[in-house]
Design a protein around this ligand. Sequence first.
Ligand SMILES: [Zn+2]
Ligand SMILES: [Zn+2]
Length: 118
Amino acid sequence: MIPVKCESAPCKSSLATYRSTYYANSLADACPSCGLSGFLVPCAIIHHLVEDRYGPIQGQDGKRYNFGCESARRGYRSHWKDPRYPRHYTPIISAVSCTDCLLGLGARELNGELLVVR
Ligand SMILES: [Zn+2]
Ligand SMILES: [Zn+2]
């Protein structure tokens, strides 16, 4: 399952569904809200980057980094158009939105949100 949002005209023009996210098996699925297919786009998931001298990402600071979760590490080896390909990542923990990365950081659920409490 991948997190998606719907870009169809009916969903984008309704305040009730504008920012809704859903889980879909593929981008070709029908939107659960408007019922149209072909309008689902992947949501921005922000993964955590951890320092790893053998990691695939070269930081601007000259150090190497790897993703905090297994699905991003695997997704990075797929085509960039694949919905699992990690497009967004940050070493700043408070900006991370990926559930797996947050759980890997020891996040707790607080008021319905996963937060890293330090
Ligand atoms: Zn829709
Ligand atoms: Zn992640």
